[in-house]
Design a protein around this ligand. Structure first.
Ligand code: ADP
Ligand code: MG
Length: 602
């Protein structure tokens, strides 16, 4: 291997030459305790910065093996190391001078969530950190003295501050590991206690602002109502009490501005672990939870929405429903069915972002518009069978409609940011209300027998071999139709499918833009990046016209869980930072892909 002295000499030899001479630096250099890998050199100072890695053998780095042996601990430790190295990069970035991106030192920038990222990998062999450097130049005139500062002053100092376990604050690292253990423990407890979510007392749910994910200062801390309070015995923190939201149907009601949506948003992101000090580090939701919302204008590719929508006036097939421009109700119906196909056991719904005609239909409307004229079976009629037959719970924010009271197992009222258990009271009042009402019979009928479930064509298990099996060996009724993905979905320039990521909101594959703005549980643009890699990998390697969506997604997840996210790239270097998305977001991305060629099977 080259030595750092070789690198010094190389730098001297390219000084003041034209920018492409930097390409000769590509390679690996021995810096004693660590290796500096220059994997890719940018074409000019304004192009995407150069890709580098630092590798240090674990025998030198010295992190305790039991800090990275379990997946949750490993992810938390890597996340912590990324943040430490990021602080170093922030100190030195642009300290070396030049035009354009000259002198930039950049690292993955994690937000409040702790995610598995390609930026750092810690194993028994070594510690690996990926980062980017803007190689300095004036115009296209190489300034290698400036780059020498980065290689020989800044990076050695950063490595010294981050890579040696012995030099870190041992208590701080231990706290990271212990929090990861405690969070994993709560996740396991949810299943054992039949809870959909846990929100610890004292949690801070609201965020600083619409553009800051930091905790709001001076917020009212969360406090569980007594009836729902559970105390968990965490392995490190010990006893921790909070609100346990039971599986089943939970309604969150209350006046406007009392904190309903804030609670639901915290639950949405509770599928991820949060860093210490976030305020939501002990807000843990069933990891499969999916936010369900209306998404007018999205495309739907063969999703079976007949559980909710039938007999459309244009006679469109709703078992394999296709549209380029979904309505509020069809988009929300598709969202539910696709979430369940993606393995979700918990739906999170906010009335604010729902299509009203999908959720409920009031009594008067049912009288005026006869059942035969209405294609939609509203969600209120499906909410109980979804739980009782499919084992899918719902947490629903409903501030304006009392119709859901009779359907709910648990009713929470948010009052000045505190939840109160009003289940008994609300049920009693709604029974009284409907028995007083002259139209109670009509209502009761409407409630129970409007489009009975028997009308819904149930698909047998044999039709879908990849149907998930519920605990206890019970197979759920498969609600989505089988969709075979066909090759050649994306138009390509030359032979490679070009991919691009626009922040958290969308990805571009070839000529297609996939809009992910309303896939609200994507926490980081690096997850969006990964989704682009997933789709390209599927398109290039997996789609052969025999596999259905479930098989393709499962194959993708198996590849990344065995080999890591970098396995999705076949180039000699990884051009983007990637973070692990959930399987639910992988499905969501396929489902929003307009050019995906699909063969629906009945
Ligand atoms: P709702 O959905 O009930 O109308 P929101 O959840 O949107 O209410 O909350 C309304 C406002 O109150 C938001 O600006 C939010 O940041 C703030 N808020 C929410 N929870 C708290 C809290 N615990 N302490 C202080 N402010 C809060
Ligand atoms: Mg709201």
């Amino acid at each position: 291997m080259n030595t750092s002295t070789n690198l010094r000499n190389l730098l001297a030899s390219v000084n003041h030459k034209s920018y492409p001479a930097y390409k000769s630096l590509q390679g690996q250099y021995n810096f004693g305790d660590y290796t500096l890998c220059i994997d890719h050199v940018q074409g000019d100072p304004f192009a995407a910065p150069s890709k580098l890695r630092i590798l240090m053998r674990q025998s030198i780095a010295g992190f305790p093996a039991d800090y990275y042996s379990l997946p949750d601990r490993k992810i938390a430790l890597e996340d912590y190391i990324i943040r430490l190295f990021g602080a170093q990069a922030a100190k030195y970035t642009f300290k070396a001078k030049g035009s354009g991106k000259s002198g930039l030192i950049s690292v993955s920038r994690p937000g409040q969530e702790i995610l598995e990222r390609t930026a750092c990998n810690i194993s028994g062999q070594q510690l690996e950190m990926r980062f980017e450097v803007g190689f300095p130049a004036n115009g296209r005139n190489i300034q290698s003295d400036e780059l020498a500062k980065i290689f020989f002053d800044f990076l050695p100092a950063a490595v010294n501050a981050v890579f040696y376990y012995k030099k870190l604050n041992a208590a701080a690292v231990k706290a990271v590991i212990e929090l990861a253990d405690d969070q994993a423990f709560i996740r396991k407890e949810l299943a054992r206690l039949k809870l959909a979510a846990f929100v610890a007392d004292g949690s801070i749910l609201p965020r600083e602002s619409g553009v800051s994910e930091r905790p709001m200062k001076g917020a009212v801390p969360f406090a569980s109502p007594e009836s729902l309070s559970v105390t968990l015995n965490l392995p490190h923190k010990g006893a921790l009490s909070g609100m346990g939201i039971p599986n089943g149907i939970t309604l969150i009601v209350g006046g406007g501005y009392h904190g309903k949506s804030t609670l639901l948003e915290a639950l949405e992101l509770g599928v991820y672990n949060h860093i210490a000090g976030d305020g939501r580090e002990y807000v843990i939701t069933d990891s499969s939870a999916v936010k369900i919302r209306a998404e007018d204008g999205r495309s739907i590719r063969g999703t079976n929405i007949s559980y909710f929508i039938n007999n459309l006036p244009n006679k469109k097939d709703t078992v394999h429903f296709y549209t380029e421009d979904a309505s509020g109700s069809t988009s929300q119906a598709a969202c539910v069915v696709e979430a369940i196909e993606a393995g979700s056991r918990l739906l999170l719904i906010d009335e604010d972002t729902s299509a009203t005609n999908f959720m409920v239909r009031d009594e008067l409307m049912q009288r005026v518009i006869r059942r035969e004229q209405e294609p939609i079976t509203p969600f209120i009629n499906r909410i109980r069978p979804l739980y009782e037959e499919h084992n899918v719970s719902t947490i629903l924010v409903a501030g304006s409609s009392g119709d859901f009271f009779l359907k709910a197992d648990t009713i929470l009222q948010m009052d000045t940011y505190r939840p109160y258990d009003i289940t008994e009271k609300a049920k009693k009042m709604s029974l009284e209300f409907y028995s007083d009402s002259a139209s109670s019979k009509t209502f009761a009928n409407a409630l129970s027998s409007f489009r009975p479930d028997a009308e819904f064509p149930k698909h047998s298990e044999a039709e879908n071999p990849s149907a998930p099996v519920l605990p206890g060996g019970r197979t759920p009724v498969v609600m989505n139709s089988r969709r075979i993905l066909l090759p050649g979905s994306f138009e390509k320039k030359r032979d490679r499918l070009k991919i691009k990521c626009h922040g958290k909101d969308s990805i571009q594959l070839g000529f297609e833009d996939i809009d992910l703005r309303y896939v609200e549980q994507i926490a980081d643009y690096e997850q969006t990046n990964s989704l682009a890699y997933f789709l390209r990998y599927a398109d290039e390697q997996l789609l052969d016209g025999t596999k259905d969506l479930n098989e393709v997604v499962k194959e993708l997840m198996a590849i990344v869980s065995q080999k890591g996210l970098s396995a999705l790239s076949d180039s000699s270097y990884l051009p983007d930072f990637l973070a692990m998305p959930r399987i639910q977001e992988v499905y969501a991305c396929f489902n929003r892909c307009r050019s995906l060629k699909i063969k629906g099977i009945r």
